[in-house]
Design a protein around this ligand. Sequence first.
Ligand code: GTR
Length: 328
Amino acid sequence: MNTIKKIVISAASTALVAGMAVSSQAAEWKGWNIHKPGYPNTVAMDKFADLVKEKTGGNITLKMFHSGVLGNQPDAIEQVRIGGLAIGNFNLGPIGPMAAEANVVSLPFIFKDMGHMHRALDGAAGDKISAGMAKIGLIALAWYDSGARSFYNSKKPIMVPADVAGMKVRVMNNELYSGMISALGGNPSPMAFSEVFQSLKTGVVDGAENNWPSYESTGHFEVASFYSLSQHLIIPECVCVNAKAYNALSAADQKSVKDAARESAVLQRDLWEKRAISSREKVMKAGVKFNEIPNKAAFQAAMAPVHTKYLAANPNLVPLVELIKNTK
Ligand code: GTR
């Protein structure tokens, strides 16, 4: 064996030994979160980190990075998939283009209300969605709430679908959302969350859509003061872990991590309910011009082609959509 080969082999075996040593030592995980301090998800993810350390007896420590400082959401999802990051609190919206089963929650009006979404996600449909996410390297440890998303803009109240016609509306990265805005005659503009404030302010877009807490925490209400209660999307969120990192844990540590995520979800859902009310109150006090939508069925009908087109292209997802619709 020549010297170079020997050096390479001995370096490789040293690395292997080092790798084994690392896996039997404490693991240090990094976690991604898009929201600011004080937001329900931020508080819950910090709690999750504390619980992970406590329940695994320090075998795993999780350092959370909030406010999207580690990058935008689609990139962070990719990072957790490939293991550059261990953990993320993700909205299922931007996961949908990567995991077909997860995309069904992004069909407008698929859930009747929050209760329906909870029953579906905590039941058989949730299991199928989790299985689809596992196939792309993401283990969903628990589901967080994200309320219902409604339209807001800087121009006028949206009362009927035709009011969206001609409006430039920011959407998250997912063709279903672009299709949804196009179905209303608007111009969809997929964009990272962090860019929306400036884009609304400078008129690059006229509007966007989100739940009360995000509308408030981002300051979007200051630059887009018409909020119209369309509630067209109820998208759950996950606490997701890189599959390899999770599968490498002992059964006991896996259980601890899962239990920690579930406990944090109980806290998140409770904080969410309160924050949805306080955020709404805050923006209303600040002078937001709010309107209910008298005929939501008109929006549902206008967006129906999004379902038809998607299911025609993905017939294998029809049973999952039916399962969700039939969840009592
Ligand atoms: C929020 C959600 C974020 C992000 C954001 C957006 O409601 O919690 O994860 O998806 O919406 O619109 O980009």
